[in-house]
Design a protein around this ligand. Structure first.
Ligand SMILES: Nc1ncnc2c1ncn2[C@@H]1O[C@H](COP(=O)(O)OP(=O)(O)OP(=O)(O)O)[C@@H](O)[C@H]1O
Length: 313
């Protein structure tokens, strides 16, 4: 049996529209399945935990219809449980879909999922904040400037409007200009695979499992879908005006040529700030002082899609 988890709010109702259309297909009507709508933030994770118990022996897979936030919740609900997952993009940003080069139509993804023809191996990240319980991230985690931008954009009214107009990324550009006016870089200590360094005047530290974030920005253009290691992007010692210039090139990936941008690769990254700083994980924000981030070596499989090297292109 397949279980659909649908976030009716994702993409300003897009996920719900996608699911409503799928439900009318013959394929869906013949399928042994049931569905759940998430009703509030965090609900998809609770639903997944419950589904693992209630449908233990009959579950063929979970099909997520929503955005990156919904996928993040479902992955955290699954934890280490090896239940196949399929993802049908219905969010506003859809960076995960872009990152794995998913371009198929919803009905085709469903068809491939059921046929078991195509699967993509994918490696998630794990993170632990201020010694809380370990959690999973699907796309990326960022600390500092980019997290403050995400927070500002998420709270803004213009994001809803711009998402409706399908130019949601513009909300990040507006938020960027707001945050730029007040942001103060900090000295941050990082340990990449045990190697400690202090990053003076640090604007941001970001790790990613694929190149995209913020609805299509190529934050780490060379990020590979790979086991055991992730790229770490650090921006430090840069003037405010130059940051503006740098972010203008983030859509093409040229920002990594700036001398203030450093790229490392690590399996484990520890980050220690002198005070609470903003972070974003798969587009949701909060603050923390310390973080330990690890890349998984065991793959998960995304059903219904075959990864191509031209992902997102
Ligand atoms: N019924 C609901 N009402 C309000 N919020 C919800 C509901 N169900 C889930 N959520 C929350 O909505 C958040 C955003 O959803 P999601 O990320 O899937 O869509 P999106 O923001 O449109 O897409 P993307 O992250 O790809 O830009 C999720 O993190 C989830 O916690």
């Amino acid at each position: 049996m397949y279980i659909f988890i649908v976030n009716p709010e994702a993409g300003n109702g897009r996920a719900k529209r996608v699911f409503t259309k799928l439900m009318k297909s013959q394929l869906y009507q013949k399928l042994n399945s049931t569905y759940f709508y998430s009703e509030y933030a965090g609900h998809a994770e609770m639903l997944t935990k419950q589904i693992k118990i209630d449908y233990k022996d009959q579950l063929s897979g979970i099909i997520v219809i929503g955005g990156d936030g919904t996928l993040h919740e479902v992955m955290n609900g699954l934890g280490d449980e090896e239940i196949p997952v399929s993802f049908i993009p219905g969010g506003s940003g859809n960076d995960f879909a872009r990152g794995i080069g998913m371009k198929r139509k919803p009905l085709d993804i469903l068809r491939e999922t059921i046929a078991g023809n195509n699967t993509t191996a994918y490696w998630l990240g794990k993170y632990k904040l201020d010694r809380q319980e370990e959690r999973i991230f699907v796309n990326s985690m960022g600390f500092g400037f980019d997290a403050e931008i995400t927070e500002k954009a998420n709270r803004s009214r213009y994001k809803v409007l711009l998402n409706k107009l399908r130019i949601g990324t513009v909300s990040y550009v507006i938020a960027l200009i707001h945050v730029l006016l007040t942001f103060k870089p900090e000295d941050i200590t990082i340990e990449a695979d045990g190697k400690r360094q202090i990053i003076n005047n640090c604007w941001m530290v970001t790790v990613s499992n694929h190149p995209y974030y913020g609805g299509g920005m190529k934050i780490i253009p060379n990020a590979k879908i790979q086991s055991g290691r992730f790229p770490v992007l650090i921006i430090h010692g840069i003037s405010k005006w130059k940051v503006l210039g740098l972010f203008m090139t983030v859509f093409t990936g040229k920002h990594i040529d700036f001398k203030e941008v450093e790229l490392l690769e690590a399996s484990t990254l520890k980050l220690i700030a002198n005070r609470n700083i903003a972070y974003q994980v798969d587009g949701q924000t909060a603050s923390c002082r310390e973080a330990v981030i690890k890349k998984e070596t065991d793959e998960i499989y995304i059903m219904g899609h075959k990864y191509s090297k031209n992902a997102g292109a």
